[in-house]
Design a protein around this ligand. Structure first.
Ligand SMILES: Cc1ncc(COP(=O)(O)O)c(C=O)c1O
Length: 347
């Protein structure tokens, strides 16, 4: 007989992917505008509905303007390769997402990988960069551990070295900050960050991505970001929903907040299972308060498999094992993403 389990490894944090209003709006968009755009934005793929989506996302993020991309992966690779090049430097947190790593490679800039969330290491890196143009790039919420970047300190260091800051708010958009506007908004740093990247594919329940920035940077990206220039524009069903999506986002956040006990429970389960395993050492108790996901510290892979079984059996849950190459060899992790449907006892 089928057994009910909790899904703890989806990034659909607000449950918006299945929201009835958004399903209807997507279906209507397909009927009215078609299933696809048939061309890249610079050719004929950029429609009025894209302009509206960009304007609404920019307003949501408190930015001057916004540029749409096909996905978060394309946004990170495209933005980094456009903003930095040979003879320049990118400073990248050691735990940044794979798309940032690949963006650094594509840029051909020298990449200095600084120790995770370590401002002293970042300051050393900036000294190493010397007079060269520098871009600092970080996840806002790290995708395996669920911890937050020290964004205030990053922006201060960037200012004193004349470096630009790119923040990937893939796991922050929709769930962190006032009305889900992200970590930069939470810290009132919207104007201190040069480019805020977000995906529509996680809490916003759709697909596609965006880069929020000033108009000068946007013009530059539209003309230089190869993943935008040479890739088909977002299909209408993915692009037509800004108002509905963002208002569903703020109402869904209320019930997401109601999931706090569930997030705390997952965090505790992971923590106690880790503490029972001597080989893992003491695990820092994850703080479920603001974070969409809870991660466990580095461990050998076979222990992570055992641990995820122990920790999640109690919840009847399916969690995410992060193993090589997602994490460095012998630093595997298990993480849980709790989403809003749990507030209603659904899974
Ligand atoms: C931190 C981070 N950035 C970017 C991405 C890529 O976003 P998308 O799924 O829209 O390509 C992900 C998705 O896994 C992510 O976790």
């Amino acid at each position: 007989m089928a057994r009910s389990v909790l899904l703890l490894c989806s990034n659909n944090y607000l449950g918006l992917a299945g929201h009835p209003a958004l399903r209807t709006a997507a279906a209507e968009a397909a009927q009215r505008w078609g299933a696809g755009t048939g061309a890249s934005p610079l050719v004929s793929g950029h429609m009025a509905l894209h302009r509206r989506l960009e304007a609404e996302l920019a307003a949501f993020k408190g930015a001057e303007t916004c540029v749409l991309f096909g996905s978060g992966f394309l946004a990170n690779t495209g933005v980094l390769a456009a903003l930095a090049g040979r003879g320049e430097v990118i400073l990248s947190d050691a735990l940044n997402h794979a798309s940032i790593v690949d963006g650094c490679r594509l840029s051909r800039a020298e990449t200095i990988v600084y120790a995770h969330a370590d401002l002293d290491a970042l300051a050393d890196g900036l000294r190493q960069a010397g007079n060269r143009q520098a871009v600092i790039v970080t996840d806002a919420v790290f995708s395996m551990d669920g911890d937050l970047a020290p964004l205030q300190g990053i922006v201060e260091l960037a200012r004193s070295h004349g470096a630009r800051v790119v923040v990937d708010e893939a796991h922050a958009t929709g769930v962190v900050g006032p009305g889900g506007r992200g970590l930069a908004a939470e810290l009132s740093l919207e104007r201190g960050v040069d480019v805020v990247i977000g995906t529509l594919g996680k809490a916003l329940g759709s697909y596609g991505a965006f880069a929020c920035c000033n108009t000068q940077t946007a013009d530059y990206l539209v003309n230089r970001a190869r993943t935008l220039i040479y890739s088909t524009a977002l299909p209408p069903p993915r692009s037509v929903l800004p108002s509905q999506l963002l208002s569903c986002c703020s109402s869904s956040r209320r019930s997401w907040t109601a999931c706090k006990p569930m997030r705390a429970c997952c965090a505790r389960s992971l923590h106690s299972a880790a503490s029972r395993s001597k080989s893992l050492g003491a695990a820092a108790e994850p703080d479920p308060q603001h974070r969409p996901l809870s991660g466990l510290p580095a461990a050998p892979e076979h222990l992570v498999f055992d641990l995820s079984v122990v920790a999640l059996r109690a919840q009847d849950g399916v969690g995410e094992d992060g193993c090589c190459p997602v994490t460095p060899p012998d630093k595997a992790q298990v993480s849980c993403d709790v989403h809003r449907a749990f507030a209603f006892g659904l899974a």
